[in-house]
Ligand binder design. Structure first.
Ligand code: ARG
Ligand code: ZN
Length: 867
């Protein structure tokens, strides 16, 4: 118990997987009529309900923030004393076994700041129902295992809402009295309520079409407000590529006549796969070269693909309950990762995905919210849209793909889609389908679904008499509620290289014991061993590899991931000892310096984007993740010193690299983007030298740039350096881009990420800027999200960064609890910090915990962080 924990705040209820029960009632048909109005939208719901099994229990529907107008069963009105209403439910005792239920409710989309249910964004109506938003629209069995066919009628003023959209196909439309008009939609595919969507407003669209593999024409439309309409072409091209890829790689065809996407400014997450009507955060739709970076283009491509792929992995086959979320999310992330890998550089995609996993998921796995990819319990499901469910979930599917091989994996997914089409199923159903199709026994593999934590793999090698023995040992740290974990089954990709760089052997080891040895015979001499190629399992490797071996792999490996990882290891060998000694070991530094030089003088770099990644030191967050105790000041100081020395010592090479790549020689977009990435990496180091000439070079690039990638790279390098004209540059950027919200988000974020103790004061100013608002999630993430990830700026000896964050979490919790809860989690790992940081973080968490009116979202995170 904490000293300053005086009274126990209100507790949330916990929901357990083991208590899952089939629904008491089913709903087969849903007829909805919406009469839209900002402050009192009428929703009339007509449901066909049947009792599920022989029982006499009441029908209890979920409902939140609804004004109930009327209830009728089989056209007979139900009196108010014949039902029980709470602020979360509507209970109808003694209903018939089969009946029609009509419920009228009223809601206020204009007042909906949580952005869950029906809300308004820039004056337009839109919905977000996953996970539990539909209950904020009408009373319903709001759970994914209740699937129904939906018919929707929308009535709205024609002038304000010329566009009226819902799921499925349009059926009819017409004009009504008083300037109203209406549209009717029908979705023939039974779906859970979380996939329901409605959009209405003054929107423009762009249009295209796709012919499916069986020859059906599908109309494709992307809707957004008129100011953005000329930025949708890349998203449309991405959609068509995704549709073709899913046919080619998974044999999956689209199943409606139209596919609509709507992009809105205010959205809690990235996007939502509602059947036939995806709703997107503008961040993942809009792109043109003036306002979007190459990274933005890639992000749009992958999220468009992700939501499209959900049409099969999520919609046609959905989740039985929210514990199964990774069934659709892990699988769909794996699918979108492979899509992007096929489209661009597979090695760079893998490196970037591993970086995300390490930065976010490893951290989650070592903190108080650690959970398996299929959690056993939750308080607030919105807190479980996590890096574990998504990114680690994708790693688990990737391991299955590797263990089975591409062909057996495809037979397995074919069987899964065929057997479970139209159903709400479990991760067990998925694994069992793969097992049946491949004949591979996945009994032990299933532990990945039930055990949390990042496994640690120790590798030792012994060579003698032409035989190499690799000894692998695995263990997994305890996580909340889980101790003494059993060994996992995982594929470990290994290759052996000869002293002159030839690949002698490459093989997948099936590692499934606590300790296991693998033998390689008939070797002429001691090979260099490459372990965990392609990052074949989501683990931490403890491998005392010699620096000579690392350099050998940098030179000869054909897997870009291992080349990059070997370089990261060389860098860590330089950084980690210095965190405690405060001194850079000259030999460790020299090795990194020489390796950088060798990379930059290689006349034929295999992949410029991989090279750019290899010239990047491990991120501060990853160094923190690997430390036994996190000293943020030491990490920033050491990392900054390494950067500065490398920049100064290798100046002429960075300059040459910059010059060589500052030209548009390549014809394809991908090579041009790789060139820009490499050039801008060089520019970063040049600016870090602090030389006036390089400030001028970056400033010139900023002003002369023909695209946002180059402009933003120059801006970031200068703003995060000691550039004397920093303030003028910040003003210039603001003046130029203030009318582009997504660009302005970058402007906010780059300042909030300034790696200096000055960041706090700047963030305080940004929070009072006229363009800052707590009602737009992207803007909140740009300032508070970016700041909380700023190791040097956020973690201060005086704890003022934490206090500022908590002040804003308390305010934001009244507006948007989902976003507030995400911000709190940056304090989750407080126990891993040195003093005084740990105590100061804990003090702020305790202060937050004392607030009596917290949402269940924030309450769950803060109480678990303190427990
Ligand atoms: N299913 C969506 C996706 O992965 C995520 C939506 C979750 N939204 C939420 N508020 N929890 O693409
Ligand atoms: Zn998803």
């Amino acid at each position: 118990m904490l000293e300053n924990d005086v009274s126990a705040p209100a507790m949330n209820t916990t929901i357990y997987l083991k208590e899952y029960q089939v629904p008491d009632f089913l709903i087969s048909q849903v007829d909805l009529e919406f009469v839209l109005s900002p402050d009192n939208t009428r929703v009339k719901s007509r449901l066909k309900v049947t009792r599920n099994g022989a029982h006499d229990r009441a029908l209890t529907l979920c409902g939140e923030k609804l004004t109930l107008i009327s209830v009728a069963i089989n056209d007979e009105s139900v009196a108010a004393d014949a039902y029980e209403q709470t602020d979360m439910s509507l209970k109808l005792p003694a209903v018939p076994n089969e009946f029609e239920l009509v419920i009228e409710t009223e809601i206020a989309p204009q007042q909906n700041t949580e952005l869950s249910g029906l809300y308004r964004s820039s004056g337009n109506y839109c919905t977000q129902c996953e996970a539990e938003g539909f209950r904020r629209i009408t009373y319903f069995l709001d759970r994914p295992d209740v699937l129904a066919e939906y018919r929707v009628r929308i009535v709205a003023p024609k002038a304000a809402c010329p566009v009226l959209l819902s799921n499925g196909n349009p059926v009819a439309q017409g004009d009504g009295p008083d300037g109203l008009h209406w549209a009717q939609w029908h979705d023939p595919h039974p779906k859970p309520s979380y996939l329901f969507a409605l959009v209405a407003g003054d929107l423009q669209f762009i249009e295209d079409q796709f012919t499916t593999m069986s020859g059906r024409d599908v109309a494709l439309k992307i809707y957004t407000q008129s100011a953005y309409i000329n930025k949708c072409a890349h998203a449309m091209a991405s959609l068509k590529r995704s549709m073709a890829w899913d046919e080619r790689v998974y044999g999956r065809e689209y199943d409606l006549d139209i596919y609509n996407i709507v992009a809105v400014d205010d959205f809690n997450m990235g996007a939502m796969e509602n059947k036939g009507l995806n709703v997107f955060n503008t961040k993942y739709v809009l792109a043109d070269t003036d306002t979007a970076t190459d990274a933005d283009y890639e992000a749009v491509e992958s999220v468009i693909a992700h939501e499209y792929f959900h049409n099969w992995s999520g919609n046609r086959v959905t989740c039985r309950d929210w514990f199964q979320l990774s069934l659709k999310e892990g699988f769909t992330v794996f699918r979108d990762q492979e899509y992007s890998a096929d489209l661009g550089s597979r090695a760079v995609k893998r490196i970037q995905d591993v970086q995300v996993l390490r930065a976010f998921q490893f951290k989650e796995d070592s903190g108080p919210m650690a959970h398996p990819i299929r959690p056993d319990s939750y308080q607030e499901i919105n807190n479980f849209y996590t890096a574990t469910v998504y990114q680690k979930g994708a790693e688990v599917i990737r391991m299955l793909h590797r263990l089975l091989g591409a062909d057996a994996f495809r037979r397995g997914t074919d069987l899964y889609f065929a057997d479970f089409d139209g159903q709400a199923v479990t991760t067990e159903d998925f694994v069992h389908a793969l097992e049946r199709a491949s004949g591979v026994d996945l009994t032990q593999f299933r532990r990945w679904y039930s055990q949390a934590g990042t496994p640690i793999i120790k590798v030792e090698q012994h060579f003698g008499d032409g035989v190499l023995t690799l000894s692998l040992q695995q263990s997994c740290p305890d996580t909340p509620g889980q101790t003494d974990k059993l060994p996992f089954h995982m594929p470990i990709e290994v290759a052996l290289f000869s002293p002159d760089g030839k690949k002698l052997v490459a093989q997948t080891l099936s590692f499934n014991q606590a300790e296991q040895q693998f033998r390689f015979d008939n070797l002429a001499c001691k090979p260099v061993v490459s372990v965990l190629r392609y990052f074949s399992a989501p683990v931490k490797l403890e491998y005392k590899q010699s620096n000579a071996d690392r350099l050998h792999l940098i030179k000869y490996e054909d897997d870009g991931f291992v080349r990059w990882e070997s370089m990261q290891q060389l860098c860590l060998a330089m950084i980690q000892p210095a965190l405690t000694t405060g001194e850079l070991d000259p030999r460790a530094y020299q090795r990194v310096r020489d390796a950088f030089e060798a990379l930059m003088t290689d006349p034929n770099p295999s992949d410029k984007a991989v090279l750019a990644e290899m010239l990047t030191l491990p991120p501060a967050a990853y160094i923190a993740e690997l430390a036994s105790r996190v000293d943020p000041a030491a990490i920033s100081a050491v990392r900054d010193r390494c950067i500065e020395r490398l920049a100064k010592d290798l100046e002429k090479y960075f300059h040459a690299l910059y010059a060589d790549n500052n030209t548009a020689l390549d014809t394809d977009a991908q090579s041009l983007a790789a060139r820009r990435m490499l050039k801008n990496r060089a520019l970063f180091y040049l600016v870090e030298t602090g030389q006036t000439a390089y400030y001028a070079l970056a400033s010139h690039q900023y002003h002369a740039a023909s695209n946002m990638t180059d402009r933003l790279a120059a801006f970031t390098a200068l703003v995060q350096s000691h550039y004397p004209d920093r303030d003028a540059l910040i003003s210039d950027f603001y003046e130029t881009w203030q009318h582009e919200p997504l660009v302005l988000d970058k402007w906010f974020a780059i300042q909030a990420m300034r790696p200096s103790s000055e960041a706090l004061r700047e963030v305080e100013d940004l929070l009072h800027h006229s363009d800052f608002t707590l009602t737009n999630p992207n803007r909140v993430r740009s300032v508070l999200g970016a700041f909380s990830g700023n190791l040097a700026g956020f973690h201060r000896l005086d704890g003022k960064g934490y206090a500022l964050l908590v002040d804003y979490v308390i305010k934001l919790d009244q507006i948007n609890p989902q976003i507030a809860a995400r911000l709190v989690s940056s304090l989750n790992s407080w126990r891993r910090f040195t003093e005084p940081y740990a105590s100061r973080m804990r003090t702020e968490l305790a202060r937050l915990n004392m607030v009596s009116q917290l949402s269940s979202d924030v309450r769950e995170v803060v109480s678990k962080a303190l427990s």
